[in-house]
Design a binder for this molecule. Structure first.
Ligand SMILES: *[C@@H]1O[C@H](CO)[C@@H](O)[C@H](O)[C@H]1NC(C)=O
Ligand SMILES: *[C@@H]1O[C@H](CO)[C@@H](O)[C@H](O)[C@H]1NC(C)=O
Ligand SMILES: *[C@@H]1O[C@H](CO)[C@@H](O)[C@H](O)[C@H]1NC(C)=O
Ligand SMILES: *[C@@H]1O[C@H](CO)[C@@H](O)[C@H](O)[C@H]1NC(C)=O
Length: 229
């Protein structure tokens, strides 16, 4: 009897390890691999706020929630983002983890200057999309799932500005976004990754050089991730 009781007392400790995420986050079990730093459990949350096309604001919202920018790692996590977006009537894309590395950004500027196409899917080495074209705040997410959801190989949005009296200045959309929406009566929820300029849409007066940012799509939510409690 005592042995049986002990058995029951130890079972929850071994098998039922209660993994909890803070309010506002949803728990996901993950397959630990070298690519997600052997993460077994992860909490994802979507947080609304204004002007999240400005990368520092998006990053700060996650920091305020003791989290970092993050990404869905598989279809189940992407479907959660779709369900949340539909429930909260968010049709805009979400700010998501991933920003072009400074070294690869420099190579994009060089290609722009030389009027060459830079295709991160085709390029060999460090700046290939599947290599280190993007750097991530979160080391607990394997970005392969989200990167496979990019429709146009990045960089895919550009702006160049110069006048007679100013230098030529290059801009391109360096930050990743992710969008998924439930489609009624459709079991397939695809999910799309896209790019946005990391600078926010201008607040107030817009000078000509920054007009490109005025026309970028609004982002009003961000995907954050953290370890469970
Ligand atoms: C991976 O996880 C280990 C243990 O949790 C941690 O010490 C290490 O800093 C993590 N690595 C990175 C790159 O975050
Ligand atoms: C973040 O962590 C701190 C310290 O553990 C805690 O006091 C605070 O309530 C947390 N904030 C949120 C939003 O989870
Ligand atoms: C959802 O958003 C759309 C466009 O932003 C708006 O027209 C509509 O009224 C919203 N619906 C609800 C239920 O909030
Ligand atoms: C359902 O999803 C598939 C795959 O994305 C798409 O081809 C199809 O057009 C969708 N059907 C409807 C009714 O939206």
């Amino acid at each position: 009897m005592v042995a049986l009781l002990l058995l029951f007392l130890t079972i929850p400790a071994v098998f039922g390890k209660d993994v909890k995420c803070p309010e506002g986050f949803q728990h996901f079990k993950r397959t630990p691999t070298a690519k997600n730093n052997h993460t077994k459990n992860w909490c994802l949350g979507i947080f609304p706020a204004d002007r999240l096309d400005e990368r520092d604001r998006a990053r700060s919202i996650c920091a305020n929630n003791n989290a970092t920018l993050s990404l869905p790692e598989n279809q189940k996590e992407s479907d959660f983002i779709a369900a949340f977006s539909t429930k909260h009537n968010i049709s805009e894309t979400h700010a998501a983890d991933g920003q072009t590395s400074p070294r690869c950004a420099a190579r994009v500027y060089k290609a722009m200057k030389e009027n060459r196409v830079f295709n991160s899917l085709a390029i060999k080495g460090e700046c290939n999309l599947k290599n280190k074209y993007y750097l991530f705040d979160d080391s607990n997410t394997d970005p392969a799932f989200a990167l496979a959801k990019i429709v146009d190989p990045p960089p895919n949005q550009f702006s160049t500005f110069w006048t007679m009296v100013t230098p030529k200045v290059y801009h391109f959309a360096e930050c990743l976004t992710f969008n998924a929406q439930l489609i009624p009566k459709n079991a397939t929820i695809p999910g799309y990754a896209g790019t946005s300029y990391c600078v926010g849409r201008p607040v107030g007066k817009v000078d000509q050089e920054h007009e490109f940012a005025e026309h970028q799509p609004e982002i009003k939510s961000v995907i954050c991730g953290r370890h469970p409690l």
